[in-house]
Design a protein around this ligand. Structure first.
Ligand SMILES: Nc1ncnc2c1ncn2[C@@H]1O[C@@H]2COP(=O)(O)O[C@H]2[C@H]1O
Length: 169
């Protein structure tokens, strides 16, 4: 995929969190990305442990506090996750648009969180619960690069062309 009309081709990391998997939503969520012409270039399933969770959310405690880190870390280790590397024009922002706001009660209908995530509150920390928001998506270029490198070796990422790339772009 080449740069086109000023839109950079980017790669971004998406995690389908344990709540997405236990609710059987993985396929429907992945479909939303595919429908937006985002290309899956890497995928794996993993049950995160404390050490890996700390590496993934390495700055969460500093940014949002130890309580947010604690509940998020516990939540992420409750079951397996599916990690995806998605590639496409403006992939980082596009994925976040499709996913919707971190807090599902603020995510509009039509987004993954707005449509499928019903438990949510910015103040969920008060009840000792994580925000069950189904998906993690890299927030910016630097985070995307760090997260893709953390989750995938270079040889686990595939280079191929989709029909959209061949016929549309
Ligand atoms: N106020 C909050 N209460 C509980 N968890 C939170 C709060 N804010 C952020 N988080 C969690 O921290 C995570 C950071 O990145 P994610 O997009 O994976 O999703 C976020 C939520 O799961």
């Amino acid at each position: 995929m080449a740069e086109d009309q000023g839109n950079p081709v980017e790669r971004t990391l998406v995690l389908l969190k344990p709540d997405a998997l236990v609710r059987g939503l993985a396929g429907r969520i992945i479909t939303r990305f595919e429908e937006a012409a985002l290309k899956i270039v890497g995928t794996k399933m993993k049950w995160m442990d404390e050490e890996f969770t700390r590496r993934h959310y390495f700055d969460l405690e500093e940014r949002l506090g130890s309580e947010v880190y604690r509940v998020t870390s516990t939540f992420m280790q409750q079951g397996p996750v599916i990690a995806l590397v998605l590639e496409g024009f403006d992939a980082i922002a596009t994925v976040r648009k499709i996913v919707g706001s971190t807090y599902p009660n603020q995510a509009p209908a039509g987004t993954v969180r707005g449509d499928f995530s019903h438990y949510s509150a910015a103040g969920s920390i008060a009840s000792g619960k994580a925000v069950a928001n189904l998906v993690h998506a890299s927030g910016n270029k630097e985070e995307a690069q760090q997260e893709v490198e953390l989750w995938f070796d270079k040889d686990e990422l595939q280079d191929y062309k989709t029909l959209a790339e061949v016929y549309t772009y």
